[in-house]
Design a protein around this ligand. Sequence first.
Ligand code: GDP
Ligand code: PGA
Ligand code: MN
Ligand code: MN
Length: 625
Amino acid sequence: KLKDNCYACAPDYTGSVLYGNLNDLPEKVKCFIQDKAKQCQPEYIHICDGTEKERDLLLYLLQKDGTIKPLNKYENCWLARTDPDDVARVESKTFICTTNKTDTIPNTKDDVVSTLGNWMSPSDMDCLLESRFPGCMKGRTMFVIPFSMGPIGSKFSKIGIQLTDSAYVVVSMRIMSRIGTSVLESLGNDDFIKCLHSVGKPVTSVQKADRWPCNPKQTVIAHYPERHEICSFGSGYGGNSLLGKKCMALRIGSILARKERWFAEHMLIMGIENPAGVKKYFAAAFPSACGKTNLAMMEPSLPGYKVTCVGDDIAWMRFDENGQLRAINPEAGFFGVAPGTSKKTNPNAMKTIEKNTIFTNVASTDDGGFYWQGLDKTNQDNIQITSWMGIKNWQHGSGTDPAHPNSRFCAPANQCPNIDENWESSEGVSIEAIIFGGRRPEGLPLVFESFDWTHGVFLGASLKSETTAAAEYKGKLVVHDPFAMRPFFGYNFGHYLKHWLSFQANRKLNCPKIFHVNWFRKGPEGFLWPGFGENIRVLDWIFRRVQGEDCHVMSPVGYIPRPGSLNMAGLKQEVDMNALFELPVQFWRAEVDELEHYFNSQVGSDLPDKIKQELNQLKQRIYNM
Ligand code: GDP
Ligand code: PGA
Ligand code: MN
Ligand code: MN
């Protein structure tokens, strides 16, 4: 069974190809389709060409089904409301399936439950999926989406073929990646990442099609790195269903990256031009819903600065022949958090989503607009709001959220007013600083710099943040999220650390400086730092450090700004700098002890010695405070 992963290309599959022609496809693609169609039994097959005509057809069908409705206040904007049980990534149901467990999960004591990924053997997963996929597309259309992560033809780029029974996924993938005929032409007869997705709800004669078909109880998202294959069942939510994004560009991507000596990271990429006209690019890793999209699109409050956006979620980076780190954004769109987005916080995002955008789980207004918590209140009195749950006449102060906290917009990147001129460069842009950050209500200063690359890797490894609505968690709990990659590691985190550390040894490489930021420290009255456009003040300090300016002083955790060296000119609100940079001894003693426990219990014998040394040095500095 599944010997060479192909049920032989002489199928008893009887469904008909509605759109496109199987015989026009590369042999390997055709084989993959036949194989999976035989298993999933769709009624029809649709081979996506990526044209606007096709998009309009699918939007029309989705509207007819009731899956989406138009937001008539804007041009070509749509609202989808999911099943309330299908609103976020499901980390507990996401697996990496390798023959050896230690390829996926760090080697720890037997009784430790890993928080660094879920492993299952490929044969056990095969068994499990045998109870999911056979017949799962009955009564539905199987769409074939050829997609490229990265500009078509760039040496950075990777091609996948996603089969899905969701038209919502097709119209979203068309925004988030490059899809269609040109991808197939570029692929030729090469191999590709095989991606299979089903909402897991066949249409039977007794049961009518749902508005948002899904199967939360049976949901599973499986990655087979050894077969270059991804299978996702039961969820239509973006992070689980747009397989080019988290599944391919991060989980499978990180595995390819290690093998080929590059990086696939959960990072935004931004350009910063200072008033003297000098421009640099930075990459920054923050966990989901911790400010990547906002930072990449920020409108700087300091005069003379310009910020441009290359990408807001994923960076593929590699050192070039001159030892310079270069990065591309493998995506073509933004899948951004809606709540909190406003003209005040993120005007560039507001302009990006005015047209050709698909909204999911936001509230709507009776004049055909969108609405969510944190949007500027306009003419509130006479406009009725319908909540994401469909509650009409939603009222402020009703105790419920108008939009789901993880509601999203899905918009083409080229509509973003501050999109960088090189955002589609096939060479990538030069990265001169790497920034880590998370939501840390306590103890972590606004910004600090690592002493060197190895210490910077330690900072990435030590990253923690409050949980958010981007995954299935309830409540706000500070948890470990190393490199903001915890949900996205495709392989053993200990091996990942060794991979990062291995670049320090090579003197020919120009390893960028590494920083840590925290916009989310709290005082008695909430956030201590105004954030958003004011974050430029921190980026300016980082910029000057990269240029070699002597504006830093030593602290136990790293270099921090010399007092007075952060540009605070024109800041309208009062900011308590002492509180933002204070290093409470009790907090930090508890922090290093907890880090030690975490590394020992979760990374175990796979923890590189260099990280142990960094931890011990930090411990010494803290206990000498
Ligand atoms: P991403 O998921 O990492 O891309 O995060 P987003 O940029 O979408 O932001 C997630 C949430 O954090 C939104 O509700 C934002 O309004 C909020 N946020 C982003 N940047 C800041 C900031 O600098 N300060 C504060 N207080 N909130 C922020
Ligand atoms: P985010 O992307 O990082 O912008 O939240 C989606 C996710 O990580 O689930
Ligand atoms: Mn993300
Ligand atoms: Mn984002």
